[in-house]
Design a protein around this ligand. Structure first.
Ligand SMILES: *Cc1c(COP(=O)(O)O)cnc(C)c1O
Length: 401
């Protein structure tokens, strides 16, 4: 039975799309748009107040490297959207990744992560962690049993996943990841955004984003964020204030602006990407179309269970290196640039650009073929985007029809 009074008295449960428009405004007074607090420092009236903020994650008015009201507003918005107690923003996605890894792990610890990773995270685990005597085991992200099996009781302190993952949109089973006890579990949820996936709902401890991508959404802010329990965020904060990769208030304001339009942008990009993926799948000149919303995605069932939107990213295969390179040079609307989630459709050809130094067998381990192409669908007219991609395939494969 519904109790009228408790319903009236309790805070209404807004849907995430509404929260995204309203969140992070507690500190803006009567201003409708978030205020940008550009100050590096704040006056304190008593020694006790200063001492409290020098030692607290709640230091939004002390010194901006520790905290800042605009940054705190962005952090509270992301925490609310992720269903987390707390969040910390960083100067970039890599700031957040490094803050979590080096904030939580010490010499002698062990980390479990996956083969399929963003290149910066991969380098951190492969090249930096060993320098600090932190051992790392890489598993196949898509094997739900591999994660728990790689955990060394008493030594593994962090289980670090990325889903959907670079470059081929492989998925990690978040419910299985959330069952792991002992180490802290974290998901890089950048490709999904808080409006398509909430890892904490599956029992995962921490979620992080490169807000440089879809959250910022306009290719004009470099920003990262991690959200989770206050206890874990306190630990991360203690390292982060020394790491110094704190978010700029200007970028935090851009992050808050991006959150307000994220739902409509994601819907548009998801719809265009789904149409483009279907069209490419029907094109005999193209193979291996990967999109979580396609029934042919090897983890489509899992995608339906844990993603509320399938997003604007897709990959497909052209026959060889030359065709891939010609394709990304032949699009006219889609531009050749590294990033994703913004208004402009972008294309990348990993084998000739970001992954050019990899040996063929290393490319294969990363799931990249010489002809792999990635598209981040933007906000242009869907027919124009699809026509542009199709025309570029014509040019990439002059005798392909
Ligand atoms: C871009 C990206 C990062 C790194 O973020 P920056 O803001 O460029 O530092 C981390 N993870 C994923 C999945 C990304 O796409």
């Amino acid at each position: 039975m519904t109790d009228m009074h408790s319903e009236v008295d309790s805070q209404p449960e807004y849907r995430p799309e509404t929260v995204a428009v309203r969140a992070g405004r507690a500190d803006s007074g009567r201003a409708l748009a978030p205020t940008i607090w550009a100050s590096t420092t704040f006056t304190t009236s008593t020694v006790a107040e200063g001492r409290a903020m020098a030692t607290s994650t709640d230091a939004a008015r002390f010194y901006t490297r520790y905290g800042n009201p605009t940054v705190a507003a962005f952090e509270s918005a992301v925490a609310e959207l992720e269903g987390a107690e707390s969040a910390r923003a960083f100067a970039s996605g890599m700031g957040a990744v490094t803050g979590v890894v080096l904030g939580l792990c010490s010499s002698g610890d062990h980390i479990v992560t996956q083969h399929q990773l963003y290149a910066g995270s991969q380098l951190l685990f492969q090249a930096v962690c060993p320098r600090f005597r932190i051992d790392v085991t890489f598993v196949d992200a898509t094997d739900p049993d591999a994660w728990q099996a790689a955990v060394i009781p008493g030594r593994t302190t962090l289980v670090y996943a990325e889903s959907p993952a670079n470059p081929k949109l492989d998925l990690v089973d978040l419910a299985r990841l959330g069952e792991i006890r002992g180490p802290v579990t974290v998901v890089d949820s950048t490709f999904a955004t808080p409006l398509a996936q909430r890892p904490l709902d599956f029992g995962v401890d921490l979620v992080l984003h490169s807000a440089t991508k879809a959250i910022g959404g306009h290719n004009d802010a470099t920003l990262g964020v991690v959200a989770g329990s206050s206890e874990l965020l306190d630990w991360i904060w203690g390292f982060a204030v020394l790491q110094g990769a704190n978010a700029s208030p200007h970028d935090a304001a851009a992050g808050l602006r991006g959150l307000r339009t994220l739902a409509v942008r994601l819907d548009r990009q998801s719809a265009t990407a789904a149409r483009l993926a279907e069209q490419l799948e029907a094109d005999p000149r193209v193979s291996g179309v990967r999109y979580p919303g396609l029934a042919s995605h090897p983890q489509h069932d899992l995608a339906q269970r844990q993603l509320r939107r399938f997003g604007g990213l897709l990959t497909f295969e052209l026959p060889d290196l030359d065709a891939g390179a010609r394709f990304v040079e032949s699009t006219r609307i889609a531009q050749l640039a590294t990033s994703l989630g913004g208004p402009e459709t972008l294309v990348t050809h990993p084998a000739s650009t970001t992954h050019v130094n990899l040996l063929p067998e290393e490319l294969a381990a990363a799931g990249i073929s010489p002809g792999t192409v990635r598209v981040s669908v933007g906000l242009e007219d869907p027919d124009d985007v699809i026509a542009d991609v199709t025309a570029a395939i014509d040019l990439a494969l002059p005798d392909g029809t």
